[in-house]
Design a protein around this ligand. Sequence first.
Ligand SMILES: [Zn+2]
Ligand SMILES: [Zn+2]
Length: 267
Amino acid sequence: MRILADYHMHTPRCKHAVGPLEGYIEKGIALGLREVGFADHNPLPDGVGANVRMDEAELDDYVADVLRLRERYRGAIEVRLGLEMDYVEGMEPYLAEQRRRYPWDYVLGSVHYLDTAGRQISWPRNFAGDIHTLYARYYELVRQMAATGLYDIVAHVDLPKRTGRPAAEPEREMVTQTLAVIARSGMSVEINTSGYRHPELAYPEAYPSVPILREILALGIPLTVNSDAHAPDHVGTQFPAIEALLKDLGCRSLARYAGGHRESYED
Ligand SMILES: [Zn+2]
Ligand SMILES: [Zn+2]
């Protein structure tokens, strides 16, 4: 099936993405996509993660920019307004207000922080603890995130493989438990092709890996396919390879979002 939307594009406001917003949209048009959506890193309170996300004072302008571009490109491509809203334990009221205050088409949920103090999940070169404990905490937080009801799409669900260590047998059990919670939540999961750009991975592939993807499909959890673009050139990364994979796996529909509502589309 053809992938018609890329819902995970960043902007320079997060301080680690480059290129004008128009560049991302025009790459989407050149690839023949019908929809592209921005989902930049959300602001968090008390300066948590401020070096990799927009400031609170920028959120209004981010939303206004995307809505303006939606009008400007109307007829050429649908521009969606999304947010990559980090789930941080203890910040639920703050996040609920962020979700409520703007007309998001969808909100992507990701887990990058281990605790309320904003301690970042770090990779083995500087991770002091035990890798199994890291996996356990990560999936505990993903389940909590799903339970908040604040999110539409689970971002890069097997992110801890960025340690260079894909989930082995004990961690696969955690993944299975977590997918059951996601299935009940009504959220979709993204196939995030940024893995092809991450040299830390044991081998180049998307998030999640194929065995996890099979489980997702068996549970009937809807899927989106996103590039996690941090530059215009990243839009649509490896989409033809994912189209071939989805065909192999017998997946014939994907999710699309508008105004916080999910629909499915197929070829
Ligand atoms: Zn980023
Ligand atoms: Zn992202």
